[in-house]
Ligand binder design. Structure first.
Ligand code: UFG
Length: 323
């Protein structure tokens, strides 16, 4: 039987590169499309690489004409909440218009399976935690709004065309592949765990805690951290489900366990054996106090379960990469 070919858009980024590695390992043909605006060519573990943009319709058409693509996995989005508030058009242009271009080309070439990287940011300030997929979608920033809009576009495409999708709403992606060869690298870095580990290595002098009077037990924000390889495994299961004819759907992806910023720093001290000096500073605009997922739906429907359930292990894999 011929191998399935998967197009990974954004495969040179943090989560995308882990996806490419796991797809290759599972025996798929992989084609990566990435404009390298935030990705890194050297993070790509293999497969075919095409440098290009989602705004390039001719390029998309040529990819779908030349390859028999079984599914598209789409990781190529700008994802910084603060930047999206300052420059919303950059986000709508890339995350929404780019994705519409991509799905339009797919539909014209009869490529009908799409797996989308959505985000907990679609929910906004939660009315109830843990958050289920039925929670109202009230994003509090343009980044979350772009993810909600794309989900709407996908839903309408499903109704109108021969097109099926699975949208995976990630909570806080963290950690790195066990090999230590690929991991999280943003420039500039703004995410908590990599910044804490850069403080541990001495690359930074300290880590700022953004807000210490949130309505949480220790006053700092609580997040649900999920290992990047648990995310990629959910994509493999989503592809199998679509192949078997499952209908389009939306799933949360989290560990259903929250850790505060102070707890993250404490665990990083334990893992690294380093001091990690802290500065208490003001709140970062747009940060909800608590984001924790209920992930029962994907457990039941796709048989997914996290392999990295405790944050200490997740941080250990990230530290392995940072060193
Ligand atoms: N934080 C600090 N100091 C820092 C950096 C972060 O205290 O230097 C805090 C933040 O205020 C937040 C927590 O650490 O409370 C986690 O912050 P991150 O920037 O690591 O992650 P976010 O929760 O802001 O956002 C991430 C993704 C988003 C996604 C969201 C969904 O970056 O794309 O998770 O949960 F929408």
């Amino acid at each position: 039987m011929k191998k399935h070919s998967i197009l990974v858009v954004g495969g040179a980024g943090y989560i995308g590169s882990h996806m490419v590695k796991d797809l290759l390992h599972a025996g798929y043909d992989v084609i990566t499309l990435d404009n390298l605006s935030t990705g890194h060519r050297e993070l790509l573990p293999g497969g075919q690489f095409i440098e290009g943009s989602l705004n390039d319709t001719a390029l998309l058409d040529s990819i779908f004409s030349e390859h028999r693509i079984s599914a598209v996995m789409h990781f190529a989005a700008y994802s910084l909440v603060g930047e999206s508030v300052e420059n919303p058009l950059k986000y709508y242009q890339n995350n929404v218009a780019g994705t519409i271009n991509l799905t339009d080309s797919m539909i014209r070439h009869k490529v009908k399976r799409f797996i989308f990287s959505s985000s907990a940011a679609v929910y906004g300030e939660p009315e109830e935690v843990p958050i289920t997929e039925n929670h109202p979608l009230n994003p509090t920033n343009p980044y979350g709004a772009t993810k909600r809009l794309v989900e709407q576009v996908l839903k309408d495409c499903d109704s109108a065309y021969d097109f099926r999708y699975i949208s995976l709403r990630y909570f806080n992606a963290a950690g790195a592949d066990e090999s230590g060869k690929i991991g999280e690298r943003h420039e500039p870095e703004s995410h908590l765990i990599p910044l804490v580990l850069k403080t541990a290595t001495g690359e930074r002098d300290n880590i700022s805690i953004f807000g210490t009077n949130y309505p949480t037990p220790d006053g700092t924000c609580i997040r649900d951290y999920i290992h990047v390889s648990d995310l990629t495994r959910a994509h493999l299961l989503a592809f199998d489900a679509l192949l078997e004819g499952s209908p389009s759907d939306v799933y949360n992806l989290g560990n259903s366990k929250g850790y505060s910023v102070r707890e993250v720093i404490e665990l990083a001290r334990k893992v690294t054996g380093r001091e990690i000096p802290v500065i208490e500073s003001g709140k970062r605009p747009g940060d909800p106090a608590i984001l924790v997922a209920r992930s029962d739906k994907i457990r039941k429907a796709l048989g997914w379960a996290p392999r990295y359930e405790d944050l200490e292990t997740i941080i250990r894999t990230a530290w392995n990469w940072h060193r």
